[in-house]
Design a protein around this ligand. Structure first.
Ligand code: T4K
Length: 370
């Protein structure tokens, strides 16, 4: 059997580089609670992501959940179901009602033409997703948010390092959440961050991730524990040194996939967006079985038989999850439903060799009906 290839493969620094970074911890014994490495990474990421403020978290999900809480939202929040469980769960766990908007079929982000019809007097925010690192229609979202006085919190879990119109993607909206999970373009093992412009949010987020503690004798908020520890931060400091190189390598992989798959009938690929510096986070392919000759599931299974583990991100849609007991009507997001049944994200990581990309493409193309 040929080499096993998973959909992602964590980027890691050289062992010695990481050891060097964590060595001082054996003197300080300060392992968490916003230590020196945490502070260093926060500063470095503020610069790298080109945003005004950053707050680090133990993971992306807690970052999103607590950011939503920090805005004291109520009622309904407009979002999309074509995402990871985290986006919807963060809304529901805040006691808010997700109102699902459909996605567009070009880049799978929120269809901004459909947002306004979903706004009611209970709507307080929009939580759009820069899914796969495809940037939402920011200009239109800004216009709508301003018109109806809504907060905008981007789920930018996939959007690390992306620039739009020469600005860091996290500088748009009221806040953005980045995920630094092991599978992401940049990782801190587990981890995440909120970027934001309003400096009043800084103290709120700090307390929410640290039990609501203001000082040693004052606890004036009901907070959680979602602090990034020093070992996570050290991984981030090391990985940040190499991230540009990683993105460049990902780009080579994506270009090879595109060379091989872009003009194949029945396959739909997303391309680089205008005025966007991409991070090449995911490589989704949509299979139109009536033209291509094989379904997404058949392609996925054939790859598996060959020890290649692509993933059906994002199937099933979050508005169909069992935990919601049929509360949401999936018919209201027909494009999201259509795409979720046909999309497959192919393996993509910096060290995926072009030979292996060819191996994957050969298997995919072997299923094409001629
Ligand atoms: N919003 C969006 C839109 C998201 O996509 C996510 C996370 C979040 C919010 C929440 O952010 P975090 O709280 O996670 O920071 C994976 C990731 O765990 C998850 O972070 C990510 N999205 C999601 C799209 O993918 P699973 O359940 O598919 O993970 P798993 O364990 O099946 O791993 C997938 C592949 O990654 C493996 O086949 C191999 C590789 N891998 C995995 C691990 C755990 C590694 O290379 N190293 C590893 O340590 O969710």
């Amino acid at each position: 059997m040929k080499e096993k290839i998973l959909v992602a493969n964590s980027s890691m620094p050289e062992f010695e580089e990481y050891m060097e970074e964590i060595k001082p911890l054996w003197n300080s014994h300060w392992l968490t609670n916003m230590g020196v490495i945490h502070q260093k990474l926060e500063k470095q990421l503020t610069d790298y992501l080109d945003v005004e403020h950053i707050s680090l978290f133990s993971n992306g999900h807690m970052a999103l959940e607590l950011a939503i809480q920090a805005f004291n939202l109520s009622g309904e929040v407009i979002t999309t179901p074509f995402t990871f469980a985290s986006t919807t769960h963060a809304i529901v766990r805040n006691g808010l009602m997700p109102v699902f908007c459909d996605i567009n079929k070009e880049d799978f982000t929120i269809d901004t033409n459909k947002i306004e019809s979903l706004i009611t007097d209970k709507t307080t925010a929009i939580i759009p997703v820069h899914v796969y690192g495809n940037i939402c229609n920011i200009k239109e979202i800004e216009r709508i948010a301003k018109k109806y006085d809504l907060k905008v919190i981007y789920d930018a879990a996939h959007a690390f390092g992306i620039q739009y119109n020469g600005r860091g993607i996290g500088s748009y909206g009221d806040a953005s959440m980045f995920s630094f999970h092991a599978t992401k373009v940049f990782n801190t093992i587990e981890g995440g961050a909120i970027s934001f412009g309003d400096n009043q949010l800084e103290g709120k987020l700090y307390r929410l991730k640290n039990f609501g503690i203001r000082d040693e004798v004052t606890v004036d908020g009901v907070g959680a524990n979602a602090k990034m520890n020093e070992f996570q931060a050290a991984m981030g400091v090391c990985n940040l040194r190499h991230v540009e190189e990683e993105i460049e390598k990902r780009k080579q992989v994506v270009n090879r996939y595109r060379d091989r798959l872009q003009n194949v009938k029945g396959l739909y690929l997303t391309m680089d967006q205008e005025n966007v510096r991409s991070n090449y986070a995911y490589f989704p392919v949509v299979f139109d079985e009536t033209v291509f000759g094989a379904t997404r599931n058949e392609v996925c299974d054939r790859l598996k038989e060959n020890n290649i583990f692509a993933r059906k991100y994002f199937y099933p849609l979050t508005n169909t999850f069992e935990c919601f007991n049929g509360e949401y009507n999936v018919e209201e997001t027909p494009i999201a439903l259509h795409i979720s049944k046909r999309v497959l994200t192919l393996p993509l990581f910096a060290d995926l060799t072009l030979d292996n990309v060819d191996r994957i493409c050969d298997i995919v193309l072997s299923l094409q009906k001629i």
